[in-house]
Design a protein. Structure first.
Length: 261
């Protein structure tokens, strides 16, 4: 692929990411008093919903191809940018992210390790092709079939799971696959989900007061599988908080209280 063509392809492939960025800025501009983590989570939800609905709409008229996807992903960038610029004209400025880190070497070391993991895994995601068995067995295959058929309709295949598995991740992957002319950015879906999960867990801790009990419960939740459905707290925060144990409860007692069986 020639250099100029490659540049054009990568610019087009960045449209879904630019949509995500403008969605986050849009959420922040609407409620500037909310934190950036709130804006990132809400923007991610809006971005995912738009990806599914727009792809389903294109599928109805068998219009899944490069320029229709370019148009579909340029439209929200235009709308969100207009809203943000309108806010600027009215004097509604977006506060820059601020990081308040206590002078604690342990905390600094932990945050540095998380940042290093983000960077290293991003490099691997961008450089290495998808190699997991499910990607090779049905995930990338179904996306390639959809692009070929210009539709999400079921198709004849010897691997029926390609038609029966829930298509959420592949619907998010589809625009990247089409615009980048291959699977070059396929791993970004999982990498973005990982980063979003970290922001989600930290947002829950912030809502619980950022004290030792919240941090302790959430840290054990990640390793033990308890409370790891952080989206419950985003969707129905009040109900989720009511299920939390009292402050003096140990993690073991908390788990028994939530799952008494």
């Amino acid at each position: 692929m020639e250099l100029n063509t490659r540049i054009v392809v990568m610019v087009l492939a960045s449209l879904p990411l630019l949509t995500l960025l403008t969605a986050i800025l849009f959420m922040k501009s609407r409620q500037n008093s909310k934190g950036w983590r709130w804006a990132i989570l809400r923007g991610g939800v809006v971005w995912g919903a738009y990806a599914v609905l727009s792809t389903e709409a294109l599928s109805l008229v068998e219009a899944i191809h490069t320029w229709s996807i370019v148009l579909v992903w340029s439209f929200p960038i235009f709308l969100f940018s207009l809203w943000i610029l309108r806010g600027f004209s009215l004097g509604k400025l977006i506060h820059r992210p601020s990081f308040k880190i206590e002078p604690d070497w342990v905390q600094v070391a932990l945050i540095s390790c998380v940042a290093l993991i983000f960077i290293l895994t991003l490099i691997v995601a961008l450089r290495a092709p998808p190699q997991t068995w499910d990607s090779l067995n049905y995930r990338l295959s179904r996306v390639a079939h959809w692009v070929q058929n210009r539709s999400l309709k079921h198709y004849v295949t010897g691997i029926e799971v390609q038609n029966s598995m829930p298509p959420g991740a592949e619907l998010l992957l589809l625009p990247f696959f089409v615009l980048s002319k291959g699977d070059h950015l396929a791993n970004l879906i999982q990498w973005t989900a990982m980063v979003g999960s970290v922001f989600g867990v930290s947002w829950i801790a912030a809502q619980l007061g950022e004290h030792d009990r919240a941090i302790s419960l959430l840290q054990q939740a990640v390793t033990d599988g308890f409370y790891n459905n952080w989206w419950e707290y985003v969707v129905n925060y009040d109900e989720a908080v009511r299920k939390l144990p009292p402050p003096d409860a140990t993690f073991k007692k908390a788990r028994v209280a939530r799952y008494p069986r």
